[in-house]
Design a protein around this ligand. Structure first.
Ligand code: GTP
Ligand code: MG
Length: 377
């Protein structure tokens, strides 16, 4: 068997070379995209490396390699006999399927032509589901800085440029926990994201560290266990709880707790992709009160669904986001996308079930550090 490596700008050129050297009966064993350095080492040229072989003994039974849409070869079986040939054919088809998949995967990644360090950063952000618009403007910025640089920048330097770029895009919104300038502290958001747990974490901090006088209100009468859950935290923290079924109850509770420093409101999780549940919430809580409202979202949710929920909550005019369950993911891109898209900052991040420990007051730097934590050369 004669095996040879061919390098060409695309599959069409590779096929020409293979036909010229090995003839029509050559078999392609493997192909991969390779990169060669271009001008000043900046632009990398993409080439295709193809390994082809010719089995002279079985030449008459070999597969004829043809080209399909200039991307991947297809095979056309000629007359074959016996199970060996069937097996060979089967193997060839599997190999070609794998190659086609590989080539199409390579083409799907839009960062291939960038210098390697920038490519690495962009691919990592892509993995973390950062919006392609953000990655593409970040890569332009990094390329520009690279070109202006008199010496070849280190990977660390490029990473710092990337962090700075994102910081500029993220830092115009407000971060940090509740200001506690308002009497009512309110958490809203979809089912099971961690509203009650987070409320207990924040309340525990205010009571245990600052000695504040706190009361709880729950409007979650939808789930029987919800009241019990809040009561358990209330007992542990030694604070009263009022259950609110309608707006008048809410107003009564306001009067009843007027001596307290803050009233923490726990709301029911509903399918807030439907606007009717937002209206229900507005019928229970007087959002015109002296109130700070945070929209609680979990990182285990799909970003598309989160965005629909955010749009629906805009009528309530919430102050900031809380993102929960950071411990359940290593994909932080959606936080970055949602902050930039909605011009809203993040109050807290939660990273576990422990009350009160698994709560972090957020700022832009924390978001960027999380995003870049896994990017290493
Ligand atoms: N892994 C992890 N689990 C969390 C986190 N925060 C809350 N949980 C868990 O998520 C589950 C739901 O938490 P809840 O606080 O009851 O959520 P909720 O939003 O109040 O739920 P509903 O009131 O039913 O809408 C519980 O098992 C919590 O312990 C977190 O940051 N990480
Ligand atoms: Mg709850």
């Amino acid at each position: 068997m004669k095996v040879k490596k061919f390098v060409a700008i695309n599959m069409t050129e590779a096929m020409k070379q293979i036909r010229q050297e090995l003839g029509d009966e050559a078999v392609i064993l493997n192909s991969k995209v390779i990169h060669s350095r271009g001008w000043l080492g900046l632009i990398k040229k993409k080439k295709l490396e193809v390994i082809a072989a010719l089995d002279s003994e079985n030449a008459q039974n070999q597969l004829i390699v043809k080209e399909k849409k200039q991307i991947a070869p297809i095979i056309t079986p000629q007359e074959t006999t016996g199970s060996k040939m069937k097996n060979d054919l089967h193997e060839e088809i599997s190999e070609l399927k794998r190659m086609v998949h590989q080539v199409s995967m390579n083409q799907a990644i839009p960062y291939q032509d960038l210098p390697e360090p920038i490519q690495l950063i962009c691919e990592n952000l892509h993995e973390q589901e950062v919006d392609s618009e953000i990655i593409s403007s970040l890569s332009s910025e990094l390329l520009q800085k690279w070109r202006k640089s008199h010496v070849e920048p280190s990977f660390q330097q490029i990473t710092e440029w990337g962090k700075q770029y994102l910081f500029n895009r993220l830092s115009h919104v407000a971060y940090g926990g509740f200001s506690f300038e308002k009497k009512f502290i309110n958490l809203v958001g979809p089912t099971g994201v961690g509203k009650t747990t987070t409320l207990a974490k924040v309340a525990a901090g205010e009571i245990l560290e600052k000695g504040k006088k706190i009361a709880f209100i729950t409007t979650d009468t939808y789930r029987i266990a919800a009241i019990e859950q809040l009561k358990t935290y209330a007992n542990l923290l030694n604070v009263p709880v009022e259950v609110v079924y309608k707006l008048e109850d809410f107003q009564k509770a306001v009067e009843q707790y007027k001596e307290y420093d803050h009233i923490f409101i726990d709301t029911a999780g509903r399918n807030y992709r439907e606007i009717k549940y937002i209206n229900e919430l507005q019928n229970l809580i007087d959002f015109k009160e002296n109130m700070e409202t945070l929209l609680t979202l979990s990182l285990s949710m799909k970003e598309k669904d989160i965005q629909i929920i955010i749009e629906n909550f805009k009528s309530i005019n919430f102050n900031k986001f809380i993102f929960t369950k950071l411990d359940e993911t290593s994909t932080y891109g959606s936080i970055i996308n949602l902050v930039i898209k909605n011009n809203k900052g993040v109050a807290y991040l939660t990273n576990g079930q422990d009350v009160p420990d698994d709560l972090v007051e957020c700022n832009a730097q924390i978001l960027i550090n999380n995003l870049f934590a896994g990017i290493k050369k």
